[in-house]
Design a protein around this ligand. Sequence first.
Ligand SMILES: [Zn+2]
Length: 248
Amino acid sequence: MPTFTTPAIVIRRADYSDYDRMITLFSPELGRVEAIARGCRRPKSPLVNAVEPFTSGEFQLYSHRDRNALEQCQISESYYELRSDYDRLCHGVYWLKLLDTAILPDTPAPELFIITLRALAHLNYGELPPALVTFAFECHFMRLMGLSPRMDGCVRCGRPVDGEARFDAELGGTVCLDCAGSAPGISNGARRILMKTPRTQFDKFQLLAAREEWPEAARLMRSYVNLKMHLDRFAPPLVESDAVQREN
Ligand SMILES: [Zn+2]
């Protein structure tokens, strides 16, 4: 297949020589695809918008000796609103880092691809707090990695948990109050949110906006993702006020 076409999203880019750029694509069928975009940094290049992070569309590539060159792109979404809002951008960049860590060559990930596009649409056009969209994305991302925290039983003794407990990110989930531990407490409401969100259709996460425990669940989930994915350096604010305070 010298020339092939795939839907994809740009998850990373790096400048290369004077006018070129290397891009990393996330394709639902092919997983991670690296490609060179020749001449894309020349002002009149037709590829100039196709090589920006978050851009999604149909990418046409030419493959030769295990190297890919981007020939054309039919852009379906550029997510301009997200790029011009500092707080939303922080969240989006964090998602791309998660994807960059997880997506492997020749490893299809169709469900993660669809969830990424839906989450980006919410982040770009939606009214919900970006931290809530990030929380839902993290829950589904970790499920698809096979890394959901255990929330229905104690990770130490195995007994079912109902009610207040502790959340031990290192051990991978809930610890009952009968087992020893110094992990932070978790309310029953936050525990149920962490249990149900990964098992529920992605777009249903909007219902969480009315639940007062979601910031608690999001904070604990973030500690868990940081630990498992080694990404704490890129973590965006958990609530909007954090970003505002930092700017002031
Ligand atoms: Zn226990």
